[in-house]
Ligand binder design. Structure first.
Ligand SMILES: NC(=O)c1ccc[n+]([C@@H]2O[C@H](COP(=O)([O-])OP(=O)(O)OC[C@H]3O[C@@H](n4cnc5c(N)ncnc54)[C@H](OP(=O)(O)O)[C@@H]3O)[C@@H](O)[C@H]2O)c1
Length: 333
């Protein structure tokens, strides 16, 4: 099969097109013919080597975290899927590799594709929707009537997080540049702040939850918009000791992470708010619930561009501009 690999960790390094044997299925795996995949900032960070300390891949490895496609083989222990099923998934860490023609995925990471989406639309949902779900439902436990601030509402995560927070009954504020204001309003944002001209810290106060996805300066300002007891969930760092425990990191890395997050944790404590770092994980059952919301019209995908498989490196470069409006899809099949 054809696949794009990272031959060595390097900032802005190339992706190389290679021929690889098709993957073997293990008992609980489905073998999927990939019809479409989507690009995530995580692909860029992994290629750059930014995650190799706690999420190491040995080069050369196939990049890519999102997939929509068709089951063409099922392992002996697979009970939820059969040959011919159209599925979508975010394969678990250490088993990624969706910039390819085929992938074997543990069935517990997989769900049937939302019926109402095209295969390209379905491919752009898993990683960002699981991130929004795990941040807003699992960690922050958003309740009706709460106020939620979603940073970068026009990005991959932001476009889903706005819709999910609205579904959970929250009032939603978001930041974006003026050109994307209409988009985030159409997704349900109640308060839209142009981050290029206005300071969200002067506009927002008394928030229950912040979904933080930007830089450390934005993090410090965001803690100030929370009410006492509020919760900032960061998906862009710094990682916290809870994350180090969950990843079962060694004592040295735990210490490094404690130091990296010390100032954010101290600041949060002084303000009487909670700080958590989230690294999303694969979860087929959550994807089933998300498919249900999509098929009811509660969450919709926002696709910026679709690239052919032969332009996978261009698709990654486009996401790296930081200007993508929703998701960038690669059509494989
Ligand atoms: N920890 C995890 O599990 C996890 C999971 C997913 C993503 N992430 C991280 O979350 C971050 C966002 O990911 P993403 O996929 O949503 O990124 P993305 O889709 O590449 O974000 C692009 C969007 O960000 C907007 N933007 C850029 N700078 C902004 C600013 N200062 N304020 C507000 N909006 C701004 C841009 O809008 P304009 O063009 O209008 O500027 C653009 O629409 C990344 O760092 C990613 O690595 C972490």
């Amino acid at each position: 099969m054809k696949a794009y690999v990272v031959e060595k960790y390097k900032k802005n390094g190339p992706l190389t097109l290679v021929d690889r044997p098709a993957p073997q299925v293990q008992a609980n795996d489905v073998l999927v013919r990939i019809e479409a995949t989507a690009v995530n900032v995580l692909d860029s960070k992994i290629r750059n080597g930014e995650f190799k300390i706690f999420l190491p891949y040995r080069p050369p490895f196939i990049l890519g975290h999102d997939v929509a496609g068709t089951v063409i083989e099922a392992g002996s222990g697979v009970s939820r899927f059969k040959v011919g099923d159209e599925i979508y998934a975010r394969p678990r860490d250490h088993r990624i590799g969706t910039f390819a023609e085929f992938i074997a995925i543990d069935e517990s990471d997989v769900a049937l594709k939302p019926r109402t989406l095209t295969i390209e639309e379905a491919s752009c949902i898993p990683l960002v929707a699981l991130t929004a779900w795990q941040a807003l439902v699992d960690v922050a436990n958003v309740k009706p009537g709460q106020k939620v601030f979603v940073q970068a509402g026009s990005g991959g995560v932001g476009t889903v997080a706005i819709q999910l927070a609205k579904y959970l009954g929250a009032t939603v504020a978001t930041t974006t540049s003026a050109k994307n204001a209409a988009l985030v309003k159409s997704l349900g944002a109640d308060i839209v702040i142009d981050y290029q001209t206005d300071d969200f810290e002067k506009v927002l106060s008394g928030y229950d939850v912040v979904l933080h996805s930007q830089d450390p300066k934005t993090l410090a300002k965001s803690l100030n918009v929370l009410k006492p007891g509020g919760h900032l969930v960061s998906i862009s760092g710094p990682p916290d000791p809870g994350f180090a425990d969950a990843m079962k990191l060694n004592g040295f890395l735990k210490l490094v992470i404690r130091l990296l997050s010390r100032s954010a944790r101290k600041r949060a404590k002084r303000l009487g708010v909670h700080y958590s770092f989230l690294l999303m994980h694969a979860d087929g059952r959550q994807l089933e619930q998300i498919a249900g919301l999509i098929d009811k019209g509660i969450v919709r995908p926002v696709v910026d561009k679709v690239f052919p498989f032969s332009q996978t490196p261009d698709a990654l470069a486009y996401v790296e501009t930081g200007r993508a409006k929703g998701k960038v899809v690669i059509k494989v099949g």
